[in-house]
Design a protein around this ligand. Structure first.
Ligand SMILES: C[S@@+](CC[C@H](N)C(=O)[O-])C[C@H]1O[C@@H](n2cnc3c(N)ncnc32)[C@H](O)[C@@H]1O
Length: 294
């Protein structure tokens, strides 16, 4: 966008003209170069008008948000890189072992779709707050979030984590071992989680269920959690902002429609079913957290 610093423009070397007089310019008196400059000046005037309209619309939005209790300077999430850098420096969400676990997963060809480093730390702290001994994870990948969860659990606790892809499951088992968590602390169940969850129901009730795979079926995992968490147990769902698209009724493809519908239904159920007291933490991806109350 062109920046206008003065109300005067240079129409020829040494000759300036007030913008408000532009309309008086007669085309035949000007050569191509001057005509171009006049067009540029008109664009500047237009861009000012556009900026003014944008400013007015923004002000109306901010007024509307403030009526809803949303303030512009305490926005949902904090994207200032200096604050992000500060938070990393002070809270140190990832230690060298976790960094090497992520790197090993890349070397083994696993996709780069672990939880964000801060979401990993959130998981560890949330799990720690529940004093969890029995935790269920949907979506193991290379075990990155699982290691965070295990670190938050009581020392005798057990994590059941579900993974569709056998290669991911193998890498995860190795990574769990490297992090000091053997078969007595973690079981990786291979196959579709919706089917395999039945195999652990005899161990219910669970303290925490973390959902991070198969977005279309998030509502089914939530219904399972409703029945198999203890009262006071916690359900956590990752990616619940739907990459910034969760509110859209229509995605760009049928697949995206299904994913967004899955995430919206999950959020609606956890927020409004009466079975949980829930919130959505404004992490980069959106982390929905609900405590089972009924
Ligand atoms: C987003 S990744 C999980 C990341 C992991 N929680 C972490 O942060 O380290 C999703 C994983 O779920 C697996 N997956 C996809 N559909 C699944 C299903 N129906 N049942 C179990 N696992 C599934 C994928 O193969 C992938 O490894």
């Amino acid at each position: 966008m062109i920046e206008m610093r003065s109300r005067f423009i240079l129409v020829m070397p040494g000759i300036r003209m007030d913008i408000k007089d532009l309309s008086k310019i007669q085309r035949p008196k000007f050569g191509d170069a001057q005509l171009l400059m006049v067009q540029v000046a008109a664009a500047v005037v237009n861009s000012k008008a556009i900026r003014k309209a944008q400013h007015t619309r923004r002000a109306a939005e901010v007024r509307e948000w403030s009526l809803m209790g949303i303030s512009e300077d305490k926005g949902f999430g904090q994207s200032d890189p200096k604050v992000v850098e500060y938070a990393h420096r002070v809270f140190k969400p990832e230690d060298p072992l976790l960094t090497s676990i992520r790197e090993e997963s890349r070397r083994q060809g696993l996709p780069d779709i672990e939880v964000g480093v801060f979401d990993g730390l959130h998981l560890e702290v949330l799990v720690g707050m529940t004093g969890a001994r029995r935790v269920v994870e949907i979506g193991t990948l290379g075990g990155y979030s699982g290691i965070h969860i295990l670190r938050g659990m009581q020392p005798t606790g057990h994590l059941h984590t579900f993974e569709l892809n056998p290669h991911h499951a193998d890498v995860a088992r190795e990574n769990f071992n490297r992090a000091g968590f053997g078969a007595e602390r973690v079981t990786v169940h291979v196959g579709p989680a919706l089917t395999n969850l039945a195999n652990i129901e005899r161990e219910a009730p669970f303290d925490v269920v973390f959902v991070d795979a198969d977005k279309v079926h998030y509502p089914d995992y939530l219904r399972w959690a409703m029945e198999h968490l203890r009262i006071g147990g916690v359900v956590i769902g990752d990616n619940t902002f739907g990459w910034g698209q969760v509110y859209r009724e229509k995605g760009v493809s049928d697949r995206e429609d299904q994913v967004l519908t899955g995430l919206r239904t999950f959020n609606d159920l956890v927020a409004n079913s009466g079975r949980f007291r829930a919130t959505i933490l404004p992490t980069a991806e959106g982390l929905t957290v609900g405590v089972k109350v009924r």
